[in-house]
Design a protein around this ligand. Sequence first.
Ligand SMILES: [Zn+2]
Length: 233
Amino acid sequence: MKDTLLSLLRRAAGALLDLLYPERAACLCCDRALGEDEQDGLCPACVRALERLELRQLQREEQGETEPLPPGIAYVHAAYPYTGQARSLILKLKFERQRPAAVPLARAMAALPAGEEELLVPVPTTRRRLRERGFNQAQVLCSLLAGTWGMPMEEALMREDDRTAQSTLGGQSRRANLTGCMRALTSVSGRRVLLVDDVYTTGSTVAEAARALMEAGAASVGVIVAARTEFDP
Ligand SMILES: [Zn+2]
């Protein structure tokens, strides 16, 4: 009884504090409290840092591929290198379930040159991860892109549960761990597919997705990601 009264009082005090000091929106990258004129979720310093990263990645893309791409992948376009504020945004989206972090990422992805693709397909996540996280970050980025570009998207792939988390493995084991874990749910026969993911590291995830898409008849597979690691891990 006493406990109940105490918790009631605490809740009332909390509600009063909320009224007096409404929570200020924080920067999606650095958590700094935003001023009233900063409405897009990012502080000016992080906006500038993201612009610099975008430019850095653009220069890198213009220099062309230095690493061999996985079989079946025509090209990989990335909006950012996977570092600094771009990495923070992706971590917020993935591990802190902050969906608004997808908006600036998708905006930068939408600025990348679009190829001849006809269909956007998000890289699937496992059902288990979907339950834990509540959403698939690749699907969130994909629908924002589809909306911006006015392009059709389809969740054409599914991914099996019960594999070791990719982030705990090195390159070779990543590929072995993934082979055969995805399959197409619909026919993508003759279609040029653009695969959407958050991060490109070794390429093993998109390689498996491309394998499943080609098996389902895809004419070609390109890849677009929010960020790409700068060096082979
Ligand atoms: Zn910031």
